[in-house]
Design a protein around this ligand. Structure first.
Ligand SMILES: CC(C)(COP(=O)(O)OP(=O)(O)OC[C@H]1O[C@@H](n2cnc3c(N)ncnc32)[C@H](O)[C@@H]1OP(=O)(O)O)[C@@H](O)C(=O)NCCC(=O)NCCS
Length: 311
């Protein structure tokens, strides 16, 4: 792709202008190359990848089984470049057979808002945000326990409790976002949680009168150049907030805030200079909660299901 090098440089400059927390624009992976021309002669390009996820794998709990993903190289052409590329993609997708459990996905810097109109016009929904929070100078204070809850690290003997809270979060998120509550969700989640205990991921449980009412499942992550996550986050030690769930009848009473006060303090004490998470903008609880916790969108994943709906 001859145009790719100059487009990548221009795209990095564009990213720097729209959001200082973005890493440089990443070269696209291997896949089907698309190119398109704007009326003035400028050219844009993109790569479409296709993945199929096996039933029973963790990915199937937040993704359609068949996924087409576009990695755009639109340089500095803005919304016009995105629009002609999406037209090309729609032509390609019209020649492709996609089942009902399929999706088209495009992840773009949240603050590059010129891309939003063309994405909406082609049928995409801003379904998932990767949001970040940076610690201000110094470790956040560990507060005295509040909301009548105590917070402690979960151990493998808490597996059933952790699993129940994770499944409650999945069920809620499936109503308002990309998650899918599949028939084998409990088996898949159980295997995932066991693996996360084995790898030592910190999971905090909030208890009220000895009864678990909330979970914050996190991980420390060293983002190094050339890793997949380095296409989304700048290098450094990050805390990943994987799953936060408060029992239905305890929501809105400060449990989530208390869990995150502990999690932020502990993750920062372990060297994280920022934390990140994924949430669904249509989630009426999470969208308010995470903003109040100091998170703001860095990337937006625009999605369209099924893939045949791309227009
Ligand atoms: C999102 C969630 C973890 C927040 O935990 P929580 O214990 O309910 O939150 P808190 O009580 O600490 O509330 C913090 C803020 O969130 C908002 N909020 C959360 N739940 C609310 C509710 N049921 N009613 C009104 N406001 C609510 C409020 O703005 C509140 O701030 P305020 O107390 O200053 O007004 C919890 O509601 C939950 O488990 N939701 C379902 C699963 C989910 O969406 N998980 C997150 C996926 S990314």
């Amino acid at each position: 792709m001859r145009v790719a090098g100059s487009l990548l440089g221009a795209q990095t400059t564009r990213f720097e202008q729209v959001d200082p927390l973005l890493p440089p624009a990443a070269p696209p992976p291997d896949g089907q190359v698309l190119t398109a021309a704007l009326p003035g002669g400028d050219r844009v390009a993109g790569v479409v990848t296709h993945s199929t996820f096996e039933p029973g794998t963790a990915t199937t709990l937040w993704s359609a089984l068949q996924l087409w993903e576009m990695h755009p190289l639109v340089g500095a052409t803005g919304g016009a470049g995105m629009d002609v590329l999406l037209r090309e993609w729609a032509r390609l997708q019209a020649r492709t057979t996609a089942g009902p459990d399929s999706a088209c996905l495009l992840t773009w810097p949240s603050r590059d808002t010129v891309a939003a109109q063309p994405l909406l016009a082609h049928g995409f929904t801003p379904l998932t945000s990767l949001a970040v929070r940076h610690f201000r100078a110094g470790t956040p204070m560990r507060r005295a326990p509040q909301a009548g809850v105590t917070v402690r690290l979960a151990t493998p003997s808490d597996l059933e409790t952790v699993l129940a809270l994770e499944l409650a979060e999945l069920a809620y998120s499936a109503l308002v976002g990309a998650a899918v509550l599949r028939p084998d969700a409990e088996r898949v989640k159980r295997a995932t949680v066991v693996r996360h205990f084995e790898q030592g991921d910190p999971m905090w449980l909030a208890e009220r009168d000895g009864v678990a009412v909330g979970l914050a499942h996190c991980r420390l992550m060293d983002v190094v150049a050339d890793s997949l996550i380095a296409t989304r986050l700048r290098p450094g030690r990050w805390g990943y907030v994987n799953c936060v769930s408060v029992a239905d009848d305890a929501r809105g009473s400060g449990v989530g805030s208390e869990l995150m006060a502990v999690a932020h303090h502990e993750l920062h004490s372990r060297g994280a200079t920022g934390t990140f998470l994924y949430f669904n903008p249509p989630n009426p609880l999470a969208s308010v909660f995470w903003a109040r916790q100091g998170y703001r969108p860095l990337w937006t994943s625009w999605e369209l299901r099924p893939a045949s709906a791309l227009r």
